[in-house]
Ligand binder design. Sequence first.
Ligand SMILES: [Ca+2]
Ligand SMILES: [Ca+2]
Length: 421
Amino acid sequence: MPAIHQLIRNLSDPAVSVTGHPTVTFQYTTFSTTPTYTNTTSNPAADLFHNLLDKIPLPRWAVYTIIACAILLIVICCLCICANCCCKNKKRRQKKKKNEKINLPEVNKNTTTALVQPDVAGVDYGSTKQDRGKLLYSLEYNNALSELQVGIKKASDLKAMDLGGSSDPYVKVYICPEKSKTCETKVFRNTLNPVFNEQFSYNISKSSLLKSTAVMKVFDFNRFGKHNIIGELRLQLSNVDWNHVLEEWQDLAEPAKFEDEELGEICFSLRYVPTVGKLTVVILEAKNLKKMDIGGLSDPYVKVQLALDKRKWKKRKTSIKKKTLNPYYNESFTFDVTFDQIQRVNLVISVWDHDAVTRNDAMGKIFLGCDATGNQLRHWADMLSNPRRPVAQWHSLLLAEQVNSTLNLKKKIPLRDKLPL
Ligand SMILES: [Ca+2]
Ligand SMILES: [Ca+2]
């Protein structure tokens, strides 16, 4: 087999020896102890390597091929890992960039994120003011009459509170710390730039004026939900130059939470049938009432009173709901009120905490009627303009003293006046 012999020689594999015998034997098990190349080097490391190779029961070319393949495989693996890492980093960088792009306009539009989680370095306090809009108001004091005039002129760039990207703004005005009279402007539907042009007057002595603060709160009206505050102004009246009429724009601030005591809310429906002269009040429920008892709860009941020509006239009350701050009543009261009387009537709704031993305490109060303002007047007007249809609405309770001083009811109507007119 000379061809094979030659081939083997060409491969110059020292592991393969050919005997003089015509048959070729691949001596995998027997090795020559003194191969020719051993003499060429005296490096002990190389000797060790070659000895190791000699011990492997494979031809040298196969061993070299395997080693080459292994190195190639390792290199390919390394390259793959590197490529993968680079790719991931690139993707991460791109994703980060993308996220930054998405977040930026949101942050610009809505700085409440900055308010909730203030980044000490990055908070822009000015932008929170711009977000809520601004209000043009006027202040004037008449020394002779001891009368303060607060003008609510207009607002601009108000914050959108409704889903449609708009608001239904109105302004509540009162003087702290007295808070005896709260005035409200009309509601302007679906606008962020309302023109109110309303003026409110407060009787206040010069000495108490200088210790007072005028509060102007801009709210968003919602037909079936709680009214949300858009922003407010608090003006220290001691800082005002009263020799002139003050008129200026000011950025609305975030509402202060400390001052307004939450007295809870009450929901009731009103229905008036003019033909038969019947006014029906259904006390539905109340929520978030004030804690009056030691256990952290209250025993609330609701008084429904009517005043005619500012005199106490008729009254009824609901049952007492024990140990709750969120009572449900659904109790109906019908009063005879003629069409002539309904225009001179005030409906006073008050929530009381029942106490077995001590006097019952007032928890909150509101009144409706033609003398009412704001939300209460709206509910009353809705009832009158929808005869025979019950109109339900939630109302925020006010301090009983505040309502009493605004309403200023006289004593009970004498008996003869109770007779039908
Ligand atoms: Ca609204
Ligand atoms: Ca009680």
